[in-house]
Design a protein around this ligand. Sequence first.
Ligand SMILES: Cc1cc2nc3c(=O)[nH]c(=O)nc-3n(C[C@H](O)[C@H](O)[C@H](O)COP(=O)(O)OP(=O)(O)OC[C@H]3O[C@@H](n4cnc5c(N)ncnc54)[C@H](O)[C@@H]3O)c2cc1C
Length: 455
Amino acid sequence: MERIQRLNEKDTVAGEYVLYWMQQSQRAQYNHALELAIEQANALGQPCVVAFGLMPDYPEANARHYAFMLEGLEETRDVLAERGIPWIARHGSPPRVALELGGRASLIVCDRGYLRHQVAWRQEVAREAPCRVVQVESDVVVPVETASDKAEYAARTLRPKLWRHLEAFLKDLPPTPLLRESLNLPLGGMDRAELRGAATRLQQGPDVAPVGSRFRGGARAAEDRLRELLQDKLSRYADHRNQPQTDDVSYMGMYLHFGQISPVYLALQVMGATHQPAKDRDAFLEELLVRRELAMNFVHYRPDYDSYACLPAWAQATLADHEDDPRSPLYTPQELESGQTHDIYWNAAMNEMKARGYMHNSMRMYWGKKILEWSRTPREAFQTALTLNNKYFLDGRDPSSYANVAWVFGLHDRPWKERPVYGKVRCMMASGLERKCDIRAYVRKVQELVQQAGR
Ligand SMILES: Cc1cc2nc3c(=O)[nH]c(=O)nc-3n(C[C@H](O)[C@H](O)[C@H](O)COP(=O)(O)OP(=O)(O)OC[C@H]3O[C@@H](n4cnc5c(N)ncnc54)[C@H](O)[C@@H]3O)c2cc1C
C-alpha cells in the first residue's frame, strides 16, 4: 500500500477502460503501476490500456537518449501485446497524451518520477483528468517517504532506515493476467512503422550521436547484462569498485534510468546469487539500494536539486572562501568538453563519456573533482559538470546525476583537510589513481573504445 498514492479526490467513473499512463517505468514486467492497472481493470470488468506520450523536446534529451529509449519501448510494446495489453503511443507531451486517452478512462494509474517536470506532469493530469488518478511507485525499492521524511545528511543516515524496510518491499511481483480483451480497442496511436519513423527523426539531431550496438536499450539487453553480472562479474565487484581499467560493473544505471529494469527485481536477483561471495553481493546492494535511493531522497526533498544552492552550507562557505585562489591550469567549459586538457587520465574519461555514454564510477569522481579544480569558479564548475553529465551519459538526467554532481561539491560528504581551490571539500589527485588502479590500462582501454566507435 505504501507504493500507492491517490493524486486527486475524484472518483472512479463509468469509463471504457483503465488507463496506465506509462512515463518513468518503461517496462512490461515487474512494473507495480502496470500490475495495479490490470488488477483494477479486472475488478471493474474492463479492458486495460497503456498510454505513452512521445515528445521531441523532452528536457535535455538528445539523439543518444532517444535511440536507447525507443529501442526499449519497441520491445515493451511487443511484450505488452503478448500479455493482451495495447500500448498506445502518440505524439505529444506525456500529460497531454495521458489526458487525451484518460478522457475515456474509468481510472488513470501512473508511475512515479522524482524530477521537477515529472512531478508537475502528474499534478497536471491529476488536476485535469475527469476521473481518479493513482500514482504507483515502482522505480525504487523502499518508497521515498516510507524510508525517511526528510533530506538525509549522508548514506550513513539513510542506510539503517532503508534496511529496516527492505524485507517488506523486496517482494516478488508475479504478472496478473488481464481478463478482458483489450487489443482491438480503436484508440489509434503510432503503429510500428510510425514509431520507427519517429525514432529515426529523433535520432538525427546534430548534437550527440547514439551509441549504437555498444549499449542496446530494452529489457532484454538489461537481462543479458544482468546474467553476465550474476554468472561472472559479481564475484569481482567489491575488489574492482575502484578499478576503471576492468569491466566488472553491471551497466544497470542506464536501464534503471529509463525504467527498463526494476530495482526490486535486480536486488532480488543479486541477493539470490548465493553462489557469489557475500561481500560482492553486499557491495553491489550498497550501491543499488543505499546510494541510488539516497539520490531519490535528495531530489524529492530538495526542489533546488539542480542548482548550486542545494549544496550544504559548509561546502558553499568553504568554496566561497577559496573562490579567488589562483587556478592553474584553468579551462573553459568548451575546452573541457573537447577532452584536450594536460591530464591524459581526465581526457580518457571525457572521451569515454563522449564515445560510449558511460564511465566507471571511480573515474566519474575524478572527472567531476577536476572540473571543480580547473574551472573559473565553483558555480561555473557545477554547471559544466551537470551539463556534460546530462548531455553524454546514457544514465544522465537522473536523480543520481544531480546527487552525484552535487557530491563532487560536498553533498552527502563531510569537511576534509583544507587546501587551495577545494577548501574543505574532498579532493582527488592523479597520483591517487596511479597508486590505486592501473590507470594507464584504463587510458589504453578508452583509446581502443574510441577507435572502435570511429570505425
Ligand atoms: C560525478 C558523478 C556523476 C554521476 N552521474 C550519474 C548519472 O548521471 N546517472 C547515474 O545513474 N549515476 C551517476 N553516477 C553514479 C554512478 O557512477 C553510476 O550510477 C554508475 O557508475 C553506473 O554504472 P553501473 O550501472 O555499471 O554501476 P554499478 O557499479 O554496476 O552499480 C550498480 C548500480 O548501483 C547504483 N549506483 C552505483 N553507484 C552509485 C552512486 N554513486 N549513486 C547512485 N547510484 C549508484 C546505480 O543504479 C548502478 O546501476 C555519478 C557518479 C559521479 C561521481
